[in-house]
Design a protein around this ligand. Structure first.
Ligand SMILES: Cc1cc2nc3c(=O)[nH]c(=O)nc-3n(C[C@H](O)[C@H](O)[C@H](O)COP(=O)(O)OP(=O)(O)OC[C@H]3O[C@@H](n4cnc5c(N)ncnc54)[C@H](O)[C@@H]3O)c2cc1C
Length: 406
């Protein structure tokens, strides 16, 4: 078998890259060791966020929102997106400062947002009762996808529609390198010759890079959410709320409420130290952590804190030392590319990231700004430093500006 591009991993990042390569006219094969979307992507909260910490991530996030809502037009497959908008809320003085500064710079980068009055907040969200003292920013561009698997299924259908082949339950077991250049991969079933190989293996990205003797500095870190049983008080048309000082997000889900959050003491998990078949289903979950987070917003969102839990799920983010995506050519191995370093936003940025990476692979030149995401920006570092930095980025997802104060 042979292809112009082989993608390893059928999560959101791998499938989007494959789809865009196919749309560019390249022949593409995706290999996936399990079912497509079965790991991080199928467990995501499905949230898209226009306010980001820097201009490049803002433009990737906004392009991705645009591509998600117009998916049928460019990919040829329907995709349902809830155009809910969101509130970004801060209840402490410190976080009011962060959010106000973040909103100011985001507006400068073109994001539509405005400070909301207590009346706006109360009028739009009934599951979150503000005290009137909070700072709330209304972000009308923000959207969510109710079931994350629907984006995976849409990518899969679009890949097939445009000629990309997706081979599930077939793991990459080797990356073939000759004279410092990739020539293809070996899977559990065959050899696939290709001049370009994309490592989009999520929490396993380091193992896959290791098959070519390369290193990618990302640290997998646990993330969890819960969905309550259906609650008649929740209006499914209401927006997302993100409470920055509690590092918690909420949205309507399956007739109830979803609550997820960024743990103050996050759990790093290294699949390299686990058994060979280790999967997301083996990541230890801890409902107590979510209960504590729900407790932090219990006054404002009592239904999330007290409602019976219908689903508790979690998986692994791939955190990078600087909180930015790790996308581009892998140094030292020509033809090997990576799409990783999701830092909690890989699902929602996948439409634009896949597009950018596909055009980089085809043309050999990075699209505008993308060179800044290439893995070559990192000097060698020990696992301890990598994990420490990745965990800092995780714990400060909603207040990256805290970096300026440490
Ligand atoms: C609970 C939770 C909530 C989240 N919420 C959001 C959100 O609201 N918004 C957002 O943007 N992001 C969110 N994320 C993050 C998001 O899920 C990830 O950024 C995104 O799914 C990463 O996609 P991926 O393709 O890199 O990884 P994955 O979806 O994990 O895909 C990687 C794939 O590679 C496969 N693979 C591994 N090794 C091999 C091999 N050797 N051969 C073949 N295949 C292999 C794996 O089986 C896997 O299917 C959330 C994550 C979690 C866990």
């Amino acid at each position: 078998m042979q292809a112009d591009v082989v993608v390893i991993g059928a999560g959101a990042l791998g499938l989007s890259t494959a789809l865009h390569c196919a749309l560019n006219g390249q022949s593409v094969v995706v290999v996936e060791r399990d079912a497509a979307g079965s790991q991080a992507s199928g467990r995501a909260a499905g949230l898209f966020k226009s306010v980001q910490a820097d201009e490049l991530r803002t433009s990737l996030a906004r392009d991705s929102i645009g591509k998600a809502v117009s998916f049928g037009d460019w990919a040829g497959v329907p995709l349902e997106v809830a155009r809910s908008g969101s509130f970004l809320i801060a209840r402490t003085q410190r976080h009011r400062g962060f959010i106000r500064a973040e909103a100011g710079q985001s507006a400068g980068w073109g994001v539509h947002l405005r400070e909301a009055t207590a009346g706006d907040l109360a009028g739009r969200v009934s599951y979150y009762r503000g005290s009137g003292d909070e700072l709330a920013i209304w972000c009308p561009e923000d959207v969510y996808i109710e079931e994350p698997m629907s984006l995976v299924q849409a990518y899969l259908a679009a890949c097939r529609l445009h000629g990309a082949e997706v081979l599930e339950y077939e793991a990459a077991t080797g990356v073939l390198v000759n004279g410092g250049r990739v020539t293809g991969i070996e899977t559990t079933a065959r050899l696939i010759a290709a001049p370009a190989v994309v490592d989009a293996a999520g929490a396993w990205v380091r193992q896959v890079a290791g098959l070519a003797g390369a290193q990618i500095p990302v640290a997998p870190v646990r993330h969890q959410l819960l969905i309550t049983a259906p609650l008649p008080e929740v209006d499914p048309a209401e927006p997302i709320t993100r409470v920055a000082d509690a590092a918690v997000y909420l949205r309507p889900a399956r007739g109830g409420l979803m609550l997820g959050g960024f743990e103050p003491a996050p759990l790093a998990v290294d699949p390299r130290g686990e058994h060979a078949s280790f999967s997301t289903a083996d990541v230890p979950l801890d409902l107590g952590v979510l209960r504590d987070m729900a407790g932090q917003v219990a006054d404002e969102a009592p239904l999330a804190a007290s409602g019976p839990v219908a689903e508790h799920r979690g998986g692994l983010f791939t955190m990078s030392p600087d909180g930015r995506f790790v996308v581009g050519p892998v140094p030292g191995t020509a033809g090997l590319w990576v799409a990783s370093g999701c830092n909690g936003s890989g699902f929602s940025s996948s439409p634009a990231l896949g597009d950018a990476l596909a055009s980089w692979i085809q043309s050999g030149s990075p699209p505008d700004g993308m060179a800044a995401l290439a893995p070559a920006r990192f000097a060698a570092m020990t696992d301890d430093v990598l994990i420490e930095r990745g965990i800092w980025q995780y714990a400060h997802y909603y207040d990256p500006m805290a970096a300026d104060q440490t």
